[in-house]
Design a binder for this molecule. Structure first.
Ligand code: GLU
Length: 320
């Protein structure tokens, strides 16, 4: 099996250090196994995606020396593949049109809240008759596409960083929306769905991404099964934390790669430091290394589960 991994940033901001560290781990893993590192730009969010952010991401990756083997692929150019995949799930009866209005959903949520329950869609349009569908359409309602989720399912995977992970179908919020509403056909396909279509088409063997995606993985595994594709391995890497132990964010000041570059940090120092944010080299390996040297040793058995605290002193030391 050839290892194929991907880095899949959304161009809704400059290349952030957390995202760049995910790219570093993907690159190291691909190089360690003589595999392929694929770049995919996830620009389906038309309102928030900007070409200047894509440029910033590509420039940042190049500057850091994270060369990719395939891509960049743009999700905005793959809409036909997503439409086709939605249609297939509809034809197989694994997905359906849901005509529930936002007001109805709001009422449902309020009632659940009043009962102290977590909000979830109650699958009310899962088994509509053709007559009921026609009646909703005659009313002029638009429909989203929902994918059926079996509440009884237990979804289990062996995460390469976190070990055995297990979710119940009933914790996934009811049948999930995979495409937005539109007057005819299916509307804009949504994140959890397009990622799976892409990862299948691009033959991704290992999905390496931040732990903020763990909750998506359970849903995505169900989609792989529905599309009769092999489920890849998953590695959810620890978040980068600020001094207070919270997720590093824009509020913490410098967080984008171009900021570090402008401050005069070297690419070699910064990638060296990012590699150490969550990974530790084997005992006999020095802490100062090139990406190629780190790739020889890199594996997920030495990636921490706990968040990695950002340490300016250490970055300064490595940089000097
Ligand atoms: N586009 C997603 C993000 O930027 C990543 C999706 C993934 O790696 O599966 O957070």
């Amino acid at each position: 099996m050839t290892v194929r991994v991907r880095f899949a940033p959304s161009p809704t901001g400059n290349l952030h250090i957390g995202s760049a560290r995910t790219a570093v781990f993907n690159w190291l893993f691909a190089r360690h196994h003589g595999g392929k590192f694929i770049l995919r730009i996830e620009d389906t969010d038309l309102e928030r995606s900007r070409p200047e952010y894509t440029d910033n991401i590509l420039e940042g990756l190049r500057w850091l020396g994270l060369n990719w083997d395939e891509g960049p692929f743009f999700q905005s150019q793959r809409l036909d593949s997503y439409k086709e995949a939605v249609q297939k799930l509809l034809d197989q009866g694994l997905a359906y049109r849901c005509y529930t209005t936002s007001e109805e959903l709001e009422t449902l949520r309020e009632a659940q809240k009043a009962r102290g329950e977590a909000p979830r869609y109650d699958n009310r349009h899962r088994n509509l008759t053709p007559e009921q569908r026609a009646a909703f359409e005659a009313e002029g309602r638009s429909s989203v596409i929902r994918f059926k989720i079996d509440d009884e399912r237990e979804i289990v995977w062996n995460d390469l960083v976190r070990g055995k992970m297990s979710w119940r179908g009933s914790d996934l919020g009811g049948d999930m929306v995979i495409a937005r509403a539109s007057e005819e056909g299916s509307g804009q396909p949504l994140y959890n769905f397009v990622v799976v279509v892409d990862d299948i088409d691009m033959q991704i063997t290992h999905v390496i991404r931040g732990e903020d995606h763990i909750a998506n993985t359970a849903k995505q595994i169900l989609l792989y099964e529905a599309m009769e594709a092999k489920v890849p391995e998953f590695s959810h890497t620890p978040l980068i934390l600020n001094r207070q132990g919270q997720k590093l964010s824009k509020r913490d000041g410098v967080t984008s790669i171009s900021d570090f570059q402008q401050m005069g940090f070297t690419a070699e120092g910064l990638v060296n430091y990012m590699t150490l944010l969550g990974w530790s080299p084997p005992d006999s390996t020095p802490e100062i290394f090139t990406l190629e040297e780190a790739a020889k040793e890199f594996g997920f058995e030495r990636v921490n589960k706990a968040g990695a605290k950002f340490d300016w002193d250490k970055l300064d030391w490595l940089n000097s």
